[in-house]
Design a protein around this ligand. Structure first.
Ligand SMILES: Cc1cc2nc3c(=O)[nH]c(=O)nc-3n(C[C@H](O)[C@H](O)[C@H](O)COP(=O)(O)O)c2cc1C
Length: 361
C-alpha cells in the first residue's frame, strides 16, 4: 500500500503517508492551556506520519469557542511543550494548526470576553460552545478595520514563534472550513469595498499576508496552509471557487511552503483542479461533508497521483493506532459521539489500541 510507504522530499521526511487531520476536541483548561490528557491523546497517535493539532487560537480575540487551546501566553507555550515532547518521545511529528475564528466566536466563550470581528459585519448563525457549558446565540461580528487586520497578521507571527518555542515541527495556517482566512476568501462573509474585498487579488490579501508573516517569523519551510475551496460548512458561500483558488494556489506555489492541505468536496473538484498548480507536498482530505475517510479511498487518491499524503480525521478519534489497523486490516472501532466534545479523558484519551482491546476482550 502506498499509504504505508515513507514520504520524503527536501522539506519533510515521514515514515508513512497517513496524516492525522486537525480536530477540535475542547479539552483545554479555561485559560487555553492543553492538559496532560491532551499530551496523552496525541502521544497515543504518534505513529501517524504527521499529526496536525486541533485548531489553536493565535490570540484570545480569535478564540472561536470555549475550551479551545491557545498559543499566546508563556503558560500556553509551557503546556504545549509537554504535548510536543510526548509526541516526539514516541517518535512522532506534530504541526500546530493556527485557527483564528474571525467572525466566529462569542464574548461568553472567550477568556477575554471580546466581541468577534471578521471581514464584514455579517450574522454568523453558528452556535458556539460557551464557558458555562451552553451554546451561544448567533451574533453579528464587528468588521475589522485596518489596524485590526494588521494586528491579526502580527498575532499569527507571534503565535508561530510560540509554536516553535513549544517544540512544534511546523505551523499549519487554518485557511479552511469557515475560519478567518476563509471568511476573507468567501463571497458571503467578505462584503468589503477596500483593498481586502471585491476582486480576487483583494480577497487573497489577508490570507497571503498571514502566510508571509508566519513564513518570515519561522521560515517558509516550516509554514503550511489548509484550504477548503467551495466548502459550504458553517454557512460559507463560494459560488465560483475555481478562479480564486487557482490564483491563490499560484501565489502560494511561489513561497516554498512545507505543504498545502486541501479538502475536496462534491461541488468543486479541488484536488483535480489544483494539484497541477501546486508543486510542493500536497495533503488531501477527502472526508469533508461525507463519511469518514477510509484506507481504500485514501489509497485511491495516492495511486491516482492527486496527493502525496492523505489526512484522516474521525477514524483517528476511536483508533489511536490507526496506522497499525490499516497495516493489518483490523476493523476500526466506532466513535462515541456523545464525547466528541467534552472536558474529560472519557471518549478522548481512553480509546485503547487494538492489541489492548483484543486482550481485554
Ligand atoms: C470533531 C471534529 C473537529 C474538527 N476540528 C477541526 C479543526 O480544528 N481544524 C480543521 O481544519 N478541521 C477540523 N475538522 C475537520 C477534520 O480535520 C476533517 O477535515 C474532517 O473530519 C473530514 O475528514 P474525515 O472524514 O477523515 O473525518 C474537525 C472535524 C471533526 C470531526
Amino acid at each position: 500500500m502506498l499509504l504505508l510507504t515513507e514520504y520524503r522530499n527536501h522539506l519533510i521526511d515521514l515514515p508513512n503517508r497517513i496524516v492525522m487531520s486537525p480536530m477540535t476536541r475542547l479539552r483545554s483548561l479555561p485559560d487555553g492551556s492543553p492538559t496532560s490528557d491532551v499530551a496523552d491523546y496525541y502521544a497515543q497517535r504518534a505513529t501517524a506520519g504527521l499529526i496536525v493539532s486541533e485548531g489553536i487560537w493565535p490570540h484570545s480575540t480569535g478564540q472561536s469557542e470555549a475550551w479551545v487551546p491557545g498559543l499566546q501566553t508563556p503558560a500556553h507555550v509551557e503546556a504545549w511543550r509537554r504535548v510536543t515532547e510526548a509526541v516526539h518521545d514516541r517518535g512522532g511529528r506534530i504541526f500546530a494548526q493556527l485557527m483564528h475564528g474571525g467572525r466566529k466566536g462569542h464574548p461568553l466563550a472567550r477568556i477575554d470576553g471580546s466581541w468577534p470581528a471578521g471581514p464584514s459585519a455579517v450574522l454568523d448563525d453558528d452556535r458556539v460552545h460557551l464557558i458555562d457549558g451552553g451554546k451561544g446565540d448567533p451574533i453579528t461580528p464587528a468588521a475589522l478595520d485596518h489596524a485590526g487586520i494588521a494586528a491579526v497578521v502580527r498575532q499569527h507571527a507571534v503565535a508561530a514563534r510560540n509554536a516553535m518555542d513549544a517544540g512544534f515541527d511546523g505551523v499549519e495556517i487554518h485557511g479552511a472550513n469557515s475560519y478567518l482566512a476563509h471568511q476573507f476568501l468567501a463571497d458571503n462573509t467578505n462584503l468589503r469595498d477596500d483593498e481586502y474585498g471585491g476582486s480576487i487579488d483583494n480577497r487573497m490579501r489577508l490570507p497571503l499576508a498571514v502566510v508571509d508573516a508566519v513564513a518570515e517569523a519561522i521560515g517558509s519551510r516550516r509554514t503550511a496552509i489548509r484550504l477548503s475551496p467551495g466548502n459550504p460548512q458553517f454557512g460559507m458561500v463560494e459560488a465560483n471557487p475555481a478562479p480564486l483558488y487557482r490564483a491563490l494556489v499560484a501565489e502560494l506555489d511561489q513561497r516554498d511552503l512545507v505543504y498545502l492541505h486541501l479538502t475536496d468536496n462534491d461541488r468543486y473538484p479541488a484536488l483535480r483542479d489544483l494539484r497541477p498548480r501546486w508543486h510542493g507536498t500536497l495533503i488531501a482530505n477527502i472526508g469533508e461533508n461525507g463519511e469518514p475517510t477510509t484506507a481504500a479511498g485514501a489509497e485511491q487518491v495516492l495511486q491516482s497521483g492527486l496527493a502525496d499524503l492523505v489526512s484522516f480525521g474521525r477514524s483517528f478519534i476511536a483508533n489511536p493506532d490507526l496506522v497499525h489497523r490499516i497495516r493489518y486490516d483490523v476493523p476500526l472501532a466506532p466513535i462515541r459521539e456523545e464525547s466528541l466534545y467534552g472536558r474529560t479523558a472519557e471518549g478522548y484519551s481512553d480509546y485503547p489500541a487494538w492489541t489492548a482491546a483484543a486482550i481485554s476482550g
